[in-house]
Design a protein around this ligand. Structure first.
Ligand code: NAI
Length: 400
């Protein structure tokens, strides 16, 4: 069956989805980017040529995928008309603008996919798209199924590695899409990653990988002496025991929230939420040389090769930490704060999450948490369930 597939965004991930989609038989690939003159630049850079994505596999082999999107535009009406599925492949702060832009043009039975949606994706979508969203299926994934980067804007991208597994969820609403959403997604993105429906959108929020960056930033920089460094420290492979403990602590608190939800709502399955070390083993498998502890797993994961702390270069060629990075500006309001919000609904104590948010919000100049309660003035800028008026677990789960 012919599918019309729209990728939203003009970044690394969207380059990949647009190309893979275009290469699929009987598929029309389109791109919507609202950002600056990106659509124009992309169209021009591509010209009459195919786009290319080079996929590197962990066994050392590689493969080239070529395809040409039929349309790259800034115009939501043209992009959305007749689309069967819409991949939102963007940093979370941009989601609201896209929901607003596409809402008037989306037809019933469209599948809207957060790839990745980050925590709070569905409730953000429903809030912005209102009744339209109820006639759509809304899927959300814990992470992007591949690590990728643009090699040449509008022309070439590279997949550095596929994750073998990606957990997701679908809220069907009153929709009846052309194919079951998970099957459709698997069939479009191909067999390199397995897309799994965990049946529960809240579990996916607690699994979102935005929980990794803030504890590692806090652990590395909260006790830093303020002196410029000669080089950017390795982000994961350079963790110390305290950072690993913080990461583990946050993962464990998410598991505790999941267990409390199961207790309070018998029949709700939250077993998708697993400890951080288990998640890492599942996602990176043989890339990890020593998975005996979270500390060792971080330090010996080849999938993390070359990933360093975001830094600012000084005039003298030294390095200072960059606190304006998405590791904080995105992963706090659209990550940890959402998890904390769910924890408040489940009545779970989250001392490690609180400690990390407290330091990070200072760096961001924001106030989400006061003491251990989410009642700061900037809560409205987050995707915590409370911001959308979900004040009990029942209310939150009612959207399923
Ligand atoms: P990206 O950084 O390449 O996305 C940039 C795009 O976002 C721009 O091209 C533009 O279209 C849009 N954008 C940027 N600033 C904007 C603004 N001020 N207003 C409106 N739009 C703006 O992102 P990427 O790499 O494609 O990642 C997408 C999501 O996937 C992010 O949430 C990222 O954290 C996540 N992710 C990415 C991975 C990767 O390997 N690239 C791996 C795992 C997760």
């Amino acid at each position: 069956e012919k599918l019309v597939v729209l990728s939203c965004g003009g970044g690394n991930g969207s380059h990949v989805t647009a190309t893979i989609t275009a290469a699929r038989p009987n598929t029309e690939s389109r791109v919507l980017t609202l950002f600056a003159d990106e659509a124009e630049r992309w169209t021009k850079a591509m010209g009459n040529d195919n786009m290319e994505v080079n996929i590197a596999y962990s066994d050392g082999t590689s493969r080239e995928v070529k395809g040409k999107p039929a349309l790259i535009t800034k115009d939501p009406a043209k992009a959305v008309k007749g689309a069967d599925i819409i991949f939102i492949v963007l940093p979370a702060f941009a989601h609201t603008d896209y929901f607003k832009a596409i809402a008037p043009h989306v037809s019933p039975n469209t599948v809207i996919v957060g790839l990745p949606g980050q925590a709070g994706f569905n409730i953000n979508c429903i809030y912005e798209m209102g009744d339209t969203s109820k006639k759509c299926a809304i899927a959300n994934f814990e992470t992007l199924p591949f690590n990728c980067r643009i090699v040449e804007f509008g022309r070439k991208a590279q997949i550095i590695g596929f994750k073998g597994y990606c957990a997701g969820s679908v809220i069907m609403g009153q929709s009846k899409p052309k194919m079951a959403p998970m099957d459709m997604i698997q069939s479009i993105l191909g067999p390199d990653c397995r897309y799994d429906d965990m049946g529960n959108f809240v579990a996916i929020y607690l699994l979102a990988k935005s929980i990794c960056h803030p504890p590692l930033m806090y652990g590395r920089w909260s006790k830093w002496d303020g002196q410029p460094l000669d080089e950017a420290p390795l982000f994961y492979q350079g963790v110390d025991q305290w950072q690993a403990d913080l990461l583990e602590g946050i993962g464990d608190e998410c598991v505790a929230i999941a267990k409390d939800i199961e207790k309070k709502r018998p029949g709700t399955k939250m077993d998708a939420v697993i400890p951080m070390l288990d998640w890492m083993k599942r996602s990176y498998c043989e890339l990890i040389a020593d998975s005996s502890t979270l500390y060792h797993a971080n330090r010996t994961n080849k999938g993390y090769d070359g990933l360093r702390h975001p830094m600012i270069r000084t005039k003298e060629g030294k390095f200072l930490p960059d606190f304006s990075t998405r590791y904080l500006s995105e992963d706090i309001p659209y990550g940890l704060v959402v998890m904390k919000g769910i924890g408040e609904l489940s009545g779970t104590k989250t001392p490690v999450i609180d400690e990390v948010i407290t330091w990070c919000q200072k760096k961001l100049g924001k106030e989400y948490l006061i003491g251990s309660e989410l009642k700061g003035k900037d809560l409205v800028e987050t995707r915590a369930p409370q911001k959308y008026g979900y004040m009990t677990l029942e209310q939150l789960f009612s959207i399923m």
